[in-house]
Ligand binder design. Structure first.
Ligand code: ADP
Ligand code: MG
Length: 354
């Protein structure tokens, strides 16, 4: 008998139960995966007395796993738990693909992200498609970049934020420079992305159709051949937001979440981050200009670290376009209040203007 596709399969319920908080049942599939492949093969710990306990998954896909006798933790990114189009546990093949892609990406960028003890990429341990599409990786304990941004905005921890932003800039510069292809890009993806977010914001009634038309019109100035195309494509993180950068007590930056790793324009990563800084400082302080000194610092640190591989004026010009896209992307979020969404739209228009 064929099951309607929107009915939750018993297998999915079974998988969901596997990841409930508390002790992992002995000799079950998750226990075997952790014991044999993660703690055994990768971490070199063997023994029948290993006992695993899972933490709560809250609302996301991340589940902390602790080994009780040795207090060795790992992080599980459970793709079955991820919200995709408002659902969890459905479309197992898609989730397994996302998991595999992230696992392969993390392995691929390990050497590129390993910079002079100042930054690195989170270490992947093992992946199991059949276990709710689970990727086991190193658990990184420490605040993320968002924490430093909020601290700087609210309690003037500016020096510390700028030191962290410098590390982020150096991470991007290494990732980009070490993966440079020497092949030029055409910028068509960037223009298509702008069109996509403008259309979404119009559908969500954040933009009137007149405002959308005005944004499309300033956007067209960027269609000049060569203006948005990078001189050489590089590997970009692809989702460079402040929660993807963690700072453990060792002082290094650890980058996570490489699901969107792809070849593209280095300006896309740094412009995305600039849009986030602009938005977060306005959100925390009410001052539309409060983020600017940090954006300038971040760009200057990037240019210093990437020299002589980049031509500064052209890069910063393209970054302006990507910063606008980043602002429009954030304006889509319903959890951002109306006033801040409108601010982001105005800022994006200003960024795109000649
Ligand atoms: N290995 C890790 N150790 C500690 N925290 C992590 C780790 N990986 C991710 N996180 C935290 O969990 C959040 C979500 O993880 P992420 O891989 O970015 O998932 P998503 O694809 O859902 O964004 C991250 O923003 C980060 O704050
Ligand atoms: Mg993420």
């Amino acid at each position: 008998m064929e099951m309607p596709s929107d009915v939750e399969m018993p297998a999915a319920t079974e998988q969901a139960r596997l990841f409930g908080a508390g002790p992992v049942p002995r000799h079950g599939p998750l226990d075997r995966f952790l014991r044999d492949r993660v703690y055994g093969e990768v971490l070199g710990m063997s023994g029948a007395d290993l006992r695993f306990v899972l933490g709560p998954s809250d609302n996301g896909a991340m589940v902390r796993c602790d080994e009780v006798t040795t207090s060795t933790p790992v992080m599980l990114k459970v793709y079955g738990l991820k919200w995709i189009d408002g659902r969890r546990w459905d479309r197992p093949a898609l989730r397994a693909d996302l998991m595999r892609r992230e696992y392969d990406n993390l392995r691929r960028v390990q050497p590129l992200g390993a910079g002079r003890g100042r930054h690195r990429v989170v270490r992947p341990f093992a992946a199991a498609a059949e276990l709710g599409a689970t990727l086991a990786e190193e658990l990184v304990l420490g605040p993320d970049l968002l924490h430093y941004i909020e601290a700087a905005a609210r309690w003037s921890g500016n020096g510390e934020l700028d030191a962290r932003l410098r590390q982020a800039a150096e991470f991007f510069a290494d990732l980009h420079t070490l993966s440079a292809t020497g092949r030029p890009g055409d910028g068509r993806g960037a223009l298509a992305y702008l069109e996509k977010v403008v259309a979404q914001l119009t559908d969500f009634r954040i933009l009137t159709s007149a405002e959308a038309a005005a944004l499309r019109s300033v956007g067209r100035a960027w269609e000049v051949p060569g203006r948005l195309g990078p001189p050489d494509e590089v590997l970009i993180h692809g989702d460079a937001t402040p929660t993807q950068f963690l700072f453990p007590p060792t002082g290094e930056l650890v980058a996570v979440d490489f699901e969107r790793l792809q070849y593209g324009d280095r300006a896309a990563d740094i412009g995305r981050m600039a849009g986030e800084l602009k938005h977060l400082f306005r959100l925390y302080t009410g001052d539309p200009w409060a983020g600017e000194p940090h954006i300038r610092h971040f760009y200057a640190a990037y240019l210093a670290a990437a020299a002589p591989a980049v031509e500064a004026d052209a890069l910063l010009d393209r970054a302006r376009f990507h910063m606008a896209c980043s602002e429009l992307r954030i304006a889509r979020n319903s959890w951002v209040d109306w006033d801040n969404r409108r601010f982001l739209v105005r800022e994006a228009a200003a960024c795109l203007a000649p």
